[in-house]
Design a protein around this ligand. Sequence first.
Ligand code: KG4
Ligand code: ZN
Length: 350
Amino acid sequence: MFVLGIDTSCDDTSAAVVVDGHQTLSSVVHSQINIHHPYGGVVPELASREHLRNLVPVAEKALSGAGIRPEDLHGIAVTVGPGLIGSLLIGLYYGKALSYVHNIPLVAVNHLEGHILSIFLEDEIPDFPFLTLTVAGGHTSIVHVRGFGNYELLGQTLDDAAGEAFDKIAKILGLGYPGGVVIERLSQSGRKDRIGFPRALLSPDSLDFSFSGLKTAVALFVKKWRQEKNPPVKLEDIAASFQEAVVDVLVQKLMRAREKTGVNTLVIAGGVACNKALREKLRETAERNGFKFYYPRPSYCTDNGAMIALAGYHRMLDGQVADLSVDVRSRFPLKDLRPLSHRAKGPGPS
Ligand code: KG4
Ligand code: ZN
């Protein structure tokens, strides 16, 4: 089954064609980084205008790249939330129009479910159950994944998301938006043990996250550092020490989740999952402790239409087709997802 996946939840306009929820035939992402870079964050009004300008060519490129026509599609999967309302609306209305004109089923997809399942776009896939750490610009969570559509939220951020922390620190350091990539690059020539920034682990058994204290600690440090004439600490040391504090907390929380659930297969997803320090630390920890660790390639970690096509495919198999009255939702917690009756073990129809 050919499914077109569309995501316009934040600042990337993306579309992809995926076969049977596994094989990506094409994946096109139009980034808006240049537009938002000067503002140090995403400007919602500009984001929706850019989606409006770019979505049709992006979707057409995805279809031509897959070598198919719209009428060959078996489904159109569109992110309906969570995300920026104006941006989501562009994707949903385009999906509705395409669905109506060509009489193709429309599927409403939760963006977080897309991230959680993104590992199934790879050749090497985990068996259920597994734990997914989703670390993105808007969300940080650990979810116990028992099957497609069968999720238990174990912990989430109480304030800033991990990616948001990277973006805010980059802004404080005057490095522009988005922050993750540039902080990672600077960190490579800095000392990660130079500054002992705080790690908020909360209560001993908590699987929730909090990054606002770390953000304040870095901001205060940078304020003093800027006043020094010849500071012994380099910008690169601040970046590396901050990155280490985030990675440390993410890894420790994932280890706690593993102990609590007894689940020994770990998966990471979301934009921050591109981070090499995080991948490396989890890979080493997995090797030392004998558990399985899976991560999608970077282009499947950041927002993409392929993960939406994949999640939509499983909803479609379950008969969860949307009608034209479906609307977008700025908030869309996983607990609001309808359960799936089928419990596939891997990609492809079950
Ligand atoms: O998943 P994503 O593309 O969008 C959301 O759903 O939010 O994630 C974007 C976030 C941004 O905050 C960005 O700074 C962060 O992912 N990010 C990174 C890296 N690449 C992207 N953070 C740390 N290291 C990276 N290499
Ligand atoms: Zn995302």
